[in-house]
Ligand binder design. Structure first.
Ligand code: BES
Ligand code: MN
Ligand code: ZN
Length: 495
């Protein structure tokens, strides 16, 4: 996607498609009198015939309009200013983007001043770019084709700015939008890939590739190295699979001082979760290929911050494994020893995410991180609680949790806090080890976070449960690219 900022709407300039946002005024055309006059009062005629009244998200297309040079004129309704918050603005832009996609437009000039009311120009530009990226995304079906993926038909957007100050904001917003779009696209591609292609080894190779293209320092730990570090919990999960586990470490150095302590992102990279011996039911089991969307969010966010050249240091840590039933797989009742030395009784082998994350969290201590956020498709319970709309967030440091919540509001990649309290932690008591890996049927999302909290005692930490938001919902059977926006925003706010 190419984005240009233009000085102001020039009706003589050549463009395939002209998009004009309009408020529902009594006389709509008064906002664009020149355009109205040039097109033989088209806006008035549409309004008189009730063919366009500028309702929120209304999109009216007039092709080959008389008096104008353009192929298509697209009128976009903003609805009443009073009801036009940032979320509604994004919805309006999504409708526009989907329409442009259906029309096959590859060059559009956009005059969106009417949308820039409660949200500023920067926000509008950013969500426009994200919406066009989402609408234009297609998954390349065969793995071979993915390797040789050429950028699809590139759309060119020209945004009209009212003045120089607004031009700077539009530029800033579209830059951030483009970086987030790149990150989301990578996260979607990895999430949508089948489990037999996107294995731990595949993810490790993708990390190396990302390292080469974007100057990240990448280190991959194999099972032997993880064994030497004592990662008995992580390795117990991968024992039941023939695909070797990997611990992927990606370091981005953007700060002046390479030695500045980094912010850390730790992403669950379970490339297929059958449940193990506590086997999942058959229907929809295919969806467990999405169980590496936490990892995919880390990959996408590393890409986004590298594209933006954020002036901070960030380390991404991805424990990656499969979870399958096998003669060597974990059995209910097995006791394993984590890298931190805590013993864990595995009462349900399907609660495997926390088993790989706990060792990855302990490993992350060595970076002396300023903050740690782990991101995981950890519990089905979070979908019951918050649906596919909102991620669950919990943590041991309210400032970090608040920063994550705030980043969610800013990026429209929302999260909601659930409590971590000792009364929930008690549910993890085990008769045979320091901790059980499940906390019973109630408060599943919270007890999962409580489990992780025992391995996050030495840093400021927040945990994002994205089992609902990373895929499905309005996106259908598809990865959404979340949590790239909230994580990228969190890091943007740290600079
Ligand atoms: N990957 C799943 C969580 C999940 C479920 C993600 C549905 C997306 C959709 C996780 O490993 C899991 O199986 N969790 C169990 C935990 C339970 C055994 C305590 C769950 O949520 O059922
Ligand atoms: Mn599971
Ligand atoms: Zn899982």
């Amino acid at each position: 996607m190419k984005v240009h900022i233009k000085s102001s709407l020039n009706l003589k300039a050549k463009t395939a498609c002209l998009v004009v946002a309009l408020k529902p005024l009594k006389k709509i055309s008064s906002q664009q009198s020149e355009l109205n006059a040039a097109s033989d009062k088209l806006i008035d005629r549409l309004q008189d015939k009730d063919l366009f009244s500028a309702k929120q998200g209304e999109v009216t297309v007039v092709s080959a309009p008389a008096g104008l040079e353009v192929d298509h004129l697209v009128l976009l309704g903003t609805g009443a200013e009073r009801t036009l918050g940032t979320e509604e603005t994004r919805e309006v832009l999504s409708r526009l983007a989907r329409k442009l996609k259906v029309m096959g437009v590859d060059d559009a000039t956009l005059e969106l001043a009417a949308l820039i009311s409660k949200s500023d120009a920067e926000t509008v530009a950013r969500h426009l770019v994200e919406a066009v990226g989402d609408a234009g995304y297609t998954y390349v079906k065969t793995p071979k084709a993915y390797e040789h993926k050429k950028p699809g038909k590139d759309i060119k957007l020209s945004l009209c700015a009212a003045d120089r100050k607004q031009a700077a904001l539009l530029k800033q917003g579209s830059n951030v939008g483009q970086a987030i779009d790149s990150g989301k696209t990578l996260a979607k591609d990895l999430g949508n890939m089948p489990g037999n292609v996107c294995t731990p080894t595949y993810l490790a190779n993708q990390a190396k590739k990302l390292g080469r293209s974007h100057g990240l320092k990448v280190k991959i730990l194999n099972e032997k190295e993880m064994g030497e570090l004592g990662m008995g919990s992580l390795l117990s999960v991968s024992k039941g699979s023939r695909e070797p586990a990997k611990l992927i470490v990606m370091e981005y150095f953007g700060a002046k001082n390479k030695k500045d302590s980094p912010h850390a992102l730790v992403g669950k990279g379970l490339t297929f979760d059958a449940g193990g011996i506590s086997l999942k039911p058959g229907p929809k089991m295919d969806e467990m290929k999405y169980d590496m969307c936490g990892a995919a969010s880390v990959f996408g966010t590393m890409l986004a911050i590298a594209e933006m050249k954020l002036p901070i240091n960030v380390v991404g840590v991805v424990p990656s494994s499969e979870n399958l039933p096998d003669g060597l797989a974990n059995k209910p009742g097995d006791v394993v020893t984590s890298m931190a030395g805590r013993t864990i009784e595995i009462l349900n082998t399907d609660a495997e995410g926390r088993l790989i994350l706990c060792d990855a969290l302990t490993y992350t201590e060595r970076f002396k991180p300023k903050s740690v956020i782990d991101i995981a498709t950890l519990t089905g319970a979070v979908i019951v609680a918050l649906g596919h709309q909102t991620a669950g967030v919990m943590g041991n440091d309210q400032e970090v949790v608040d920063a994550v919540l705030e980043a969610g509001e800013q990026s429209l990649d929302f999260a909601w806090q659930l409590p971590i309290k000792d009364t929930y932690k008690r549910q993890l008591k085990s008769d045979y080890a320091d901790l059980a890996n499940i906390g019973g049927p109630s408060a599943g999302t919270i007890t999962a976070a409580c489990f992780l909290s025992y391995f996050a005692e030495n840093f400021k930490w927040a945990h994002l449960d994205i089992a609902g938001t990373a895929w499905g919902g309005a996106a259908g059977k598809r990865a959404s690219g979340r949590a790239v926006p909230i994580l990228t925003q969190y890091l943007l706010n740290q600079k």
